[in-house]
Design a protein around this ligand. Structure first.
Ligand SMILES: [Zn+2]
Length: 246
């Protein structure tokens, strides 16, 4: 039995309250897309994924306009995807994997309300977008990322998405990270040495401070993109992977 078919965590009333409050804060500060291509595709995909989950409590995607290429989930019913990331994805399968990965963090109980209580004490004039990009990596661990990848892919396969096309998400992330010269995030630290480290270090100095921090967080908490993709490709080609077969 695949992991997503087991009993999943469902948001509590308290978490739902937090999620609704957070949504209001986001809405007050940022543009949320409520129609058009990006909205439609995220809704369409989330509906199909939710149907496969063992709970009646649905997770809803919210498309927001921020400059960062990012997606994250907070306690409650909403997950957030930047339009900037969504528009780079080649089709529904990759979008499904992105959404399923975030849903996985929820279902597997990775999203702890206590980790987010600090948000409540922010002064009202803090620009929320500055904080959002910090959320994505703040509370994840290598183990959680790997679990979310696996569960997310199983959920996609169960909903009838094409596993190989799902993994195109990683190509998009890799292309994006290359722009930031985050070699280590893509290849892992061992292969980093094989690259021109002067180029790496030289580029580092040119980063704006925020980008640097973002890169550092990503290196600390996420397994290399290439490693994640390879692992799931192996899984797709293995006998263990049967949920996608009809
Ligand atoms: Zn994650």
């Amino acid at each position: 039995m695949s992991e997503f078919a087991k009993k999943v965590h469902s948001y509590t009333e308290q978490e739902q309250k937090f999620g609704d409050w957070f949504y209001q804060e986001v809405q007050a500060d940022l543009v949320i897309e409520k129609s058009g291509w990006a909205f439609d595709s995220s809704q369409r995909v989330a509906k199909r994924l939710n149907q496969q989950r063992q709970t009646s409590l649905k997770i809803e995607p919210v498309v927001i306009w921020i400059a960062q290429v990012t997606a994250f989930i907070v306690p409650g019913r909403y997950l957030y995807i930047s339009r900037e990331l969504l528009q780079r994805l080649p089709g529904d399968d990759a979008i499904a994997f992105l959404i399923a990965h975030e849903i996985a963090h929820h279902d597997l109980g990775h999203v702890k309300l206590s980790n987010y209580s600090w948000l409540k004490y922010l002064p009202g004039d803090v620009y929320l977008a500055m904080l959002l990009k910090r959320i994505e990596n703040k509370f994840t661990s290598l183990e959680h990322e790997s679990q979310a990848d696996q569960y997310g892919l199983d959920l996609c396969l169960s909903a009838g998405y094409d596993g190989q096309k799902c993994l195109q998400l990683f190509n998009v992330l890799e292309a994006h990270l290359l722009n930031f010269r985050a070699f280590e995030a893509i290849f892992g630290s061992e292969e980093l040495d094989e690259h021109d480290s002067e180029y790496w270090l030289g580029g580092l100095g040119q980063w704006i401070t925020q980008t640097h921090q973002w890169g550092q967080q990503l290196l600390q908490s996420h397994p290399p993109v290439r490693e994640r993709k390879n692992k799931l490709e192996e899984y797709l080609n293995s006998n263990h992977c049967q949920v996608g077969e009809k």
